[in-house]
Design a protein around this ligand. Structure first.
Ligand SMILES: Cc1cc2nc3c(=O)[nH]c(=O)nc-3n(C[C@H](O)[C@H](O)[C@H](O)COP(=O)(O)OP(=O)(O)OC[C@H]3O[C@@H](n4cnc5c(N)ncnc54)[C@H](O)[C@@H]3O)c2cc1C
Length: 260
């Protein structure tokens, strides 16, 4: 995937869907290969309307501060923490990417990033033991050194007043908090990326255009069938990215090439 010079193709790369996945990969590729010739197609009238929309996801950016599923318990009853560390490090890389694009004036971080504490909340003795152990394990690492733990009802009330309001004080509660958490509006981030991308004459973005089918050709290019304004059209690309959210599986099945 390193040589993007055109070879009997309409585009170097076609991206299906204008959600956060396509927009992120498109910006990374154009940063590395500024001359890459890209078409992004989206079946809706604008970008980031599906899972990427702020109304459809929690926006934690998966920093692993509060996602308890990243620290599962194994058969021996030990908390696994490597996944949380790896995910936190990946998210830090996203922050670095945004900071670098912001410094170069390519995107405006204020449009999509806000600081907000990340809180995990549990109730009952068993979950108290889990959360406390998780806190003790994670807070040893630089990534989570600012994590706080509390099982004090009044203190947790100041962290998360709505969760504690009218709650039975006889049931033990506990929580962790990372003050430096972020809230990412992935819909706004997607529009920031696309706003910048379309300034590049090598990048085309077509709304109200649906990919119907795709097939790998003998020369390793991809043939992509599209429907735009009721008109069918076929295009050829060297590389195709399926950023179609849940619809990616259907398209993968149509491509009859599950490994690509
Ligand atoms: C309840 C919930 C909570 C979540 N919380 C978080 C969180 O806290 N942090 C986090 O990082 N992630 C979170 N996620 C996950 C995150 O929202 C998704 O992983 C991400 O938005 C997926 O982006 P995408 O670009 O792959 O898909 P989408 O945003 O779904 O974009 C796919 C696009 O493709 C278009 N499309 C589909 N088929 C075609 C076609 N044939 N032709 C043309 N266009 C097509 C669609 O119209 C859509 O615009 C959460 C998800 C959910 C559901």
């Amino acid at each position: 995937m390193t040589n993007f010079k055109k070879s009997n193709s309409d585009y170097d790369a076609i991206f299906v869907g204008a959600g956060i996945m396509s927009a992120t990969l498109a910006i990374l590729l154009t940063e590395i290969y500024p001359d890459i010739n890209i078409l992004i197609v989206e079946k809706l009238e604008s970008s980031g309307k599906e899972s990427t929309s702020a109304f459809n996801n929690a926006g934690t950016g998966h920093a692993a501060n509060c996602e308890l599923n990243y620290t599962p318990i194994n058969h021996e009853g030990e908390i696994q923490f490597k996944k949380a560390l790896a995910i936190n490090n990946s998210f830090e890389k996203s922050l670095e990417l945004w900071a670098s694009l912001y410094e170069k004036g390519k995107i405006d971080c204020k449009k999509f990033l806000r600081f907000t504490p990340h809180i995990s909340f549990v109730s009952g003795e068993e979950d108290f033991n889990f959360l406390k152990k998780r806190y003790q394990l994670l807070s040893r690492f630089n990534e989570f050194k600012d994590m706080e733990f509390s099982s004090n009802f009044s203190e947790i009330s100041t962290w998360a007043p709505l969760i504690t309001k009218n709650r039975n004080k006889n049931i033990k509660i506990s929580a962790t908090r990372v003050k430096r958490g972020t809230d990412i509006d992935f819909g706004s981030l997607t529009s920031e990326y696309l706003k910048y991308l379309v300034k590049n004459k090598n990048v085309e973005l077509n709304y109200l255009t649906e990919v119907l089918d795709l097939n790998k050709l003998n020369n390793n290019n991809w043939s992509v069938k599209l429907n735009k304004d009721g008109k069918r059209k076929s295009l050829v690309a060297k590389f195709i990215f399926l950023g179609a959210g849940g619809k990616s599986i259907t398209l993968l099945q149509k491509s009859k090439n599950p490994r690509r």
